[in-house]
Design a binder for this molecule. Structure first.
Ligand code: F6P
Length: 362
């Protein structure tokens, strides 16, 4: 189908996710092969519309060989909202509205429509540009898989494979040394990676932001395993888990962010259990490297579906996966709700039914 849009731009914002390059490749190829559209790549998220010097035409050649590559060939940033861009001038924080500048630069580049690939923060910016009349189609992206509008986002499966392999590896060393091993996984607001990897890796205790836990319940679970002759335990911790307000001695626990939370939990459990405890913080390894086939396919489908929407002139929408099929929702709808684990849901039940605990009283 020939589109009335002749020049389309791709912007990706926020943290990278394995599968981004397959989305970019799919947009570029399907734009050229199916719709006779030119594609311009914007570098480093919306920063690339404030400073457009790096913008360049994308061709078959520019996307050649990127399907299996992690990261994004366009570069990205998870700072900088053009509607409220914070800079430091003479030691003072200054907030700029660069949105008009972005729109002028887009016009100067001949851009008639934009595909914006990003999570919650990036899609908010996309929605705000869309309200200003920019022709936008969104593509959801987050390894945390916490956007309610889509069944799944690319990057999640790759993160899961990496996290599950890490848990498998911890099993053998934990068992050999009769230790308690904690592994902290990504998931700032929602514990999907921890829940799924915990089940796939056969973790004994899974701590997620959505299910409040107590140190006593965690210790009880470890001790119950000891009584059954299992002298090791694997505890999966989502980085966004909410710590109890006080430790078991009644001392307030100071707030701690991602990357530190499993260590705080480990210090308290060490005192309580008098067992050897070790901590692994998996961190950005979960986001790096080659996407799984699932994420390559999902990225390709999202990229093609978004390009088709542009060609049909259906703007202000975000593509999504619904009942296994490509669909779309309005950007407003896309941002309405985040997806959190329901403590009573079937997958939590499945984890409990096979013996995992969430450190709660159930
Ligand atoms: O939202 C995706 C995510 O990977 C979170 O799981 C994690 O907390 C965050 O991004 C890390 O961001 P950064 O790359 O800025 O450290």
């Amino acid at each position: 189908m020939k589109s009335s849009v002749r020049t389309l731009a791709i912007v990706n914002g926020g943290g990278d996710a394995p599968g981004l390059n397959p989305v970019i490749r799919a947009i570029v190829r399907s734009s050229i092969y199916e719709h006779n559209m030119r594609v311009i790549g914007i570098r480093n998220g919306f920063d690339g519309l404030i400073w457009p010097e790096g913008a360049k035409e994308m061709t078959e050649e520019t996307v050649s060989g990127i399907l299996p590559r992690g990261g994004t060939i366009l570069g990205t940033t998870n700072r900088g909202n053009p509607f409220a861009y914070i800079t430091t001038e003479n030691g003072q924080e200054v907030v700029h509205d660069y949105s008009d500048l972005c729109m002028d630069n887009a016009r100067r580049l001949g851009i008639e429509a934009m595909i914006v690939i990003g999570g919650d923060g990036t899609q908010h910016i996309a929605r705000d540009f869309s309200r200003r009349g920019v022709n936008i189609v969104g593509v959801p992206k987050t390894i945390d898989n916490d956007l309610d509008a889509t069944e799944v986002t690319f990057g999640f499966d790759t993160a899961l494979v990496i996290a599950t392999e890490a848990i498998d590896r911890l099993h053998t060393t934990a068992e050999s040394h009769h230790r308690v091993m904690l592994i902290e996984l990504m998931g700032r607001d929602a514990g999907w990676i921890a829940l799924h990897a915990g089940i796939a890796g056969g973790a004994h205790i899974i701590l997620v932001p959505e299910i409040p836990f107590s140190f006593e319940a965690v210790c009880d679970a470890v001790r119950a395993r000891e009584l059954r002759g299992k002298h090791f335990s694997i505890i999966v911790v989502a980085e966004g888990v909410k710590l109890p307000a006080d430790d078991p001695q009644g001392k307030p626990i100071p707030p701690v962010g991602p990357g530190g939370v499993a260590n705080v939990i480990a210090d308290i459990l060490r005192e309580m259990l008098r067992k050897e405890i070790r901590v692994t913080v998996l961190g950005h390894v979960q986001r790096g490297g080659s996407p799984t086939p699932f994420d390559r396919i999902l990225g390709t489908r999202f990229g093609v579906a978004a390009t088709d929407l542009v060609a049909k002139g259906q703007f202000g929408r975000m593509v999504c996966l619904k009942a296994g099929k490509m669909a779309s929702v309005s950007l407003d709808e896309a941002l309405e709700k985040m997806k959190f684990i329901e403590p009573g849901c079937e997958i939590v039940h499945a984890a409990r039914a096979v013996g995992a605990t969430f450190g709660d009283s159930e």
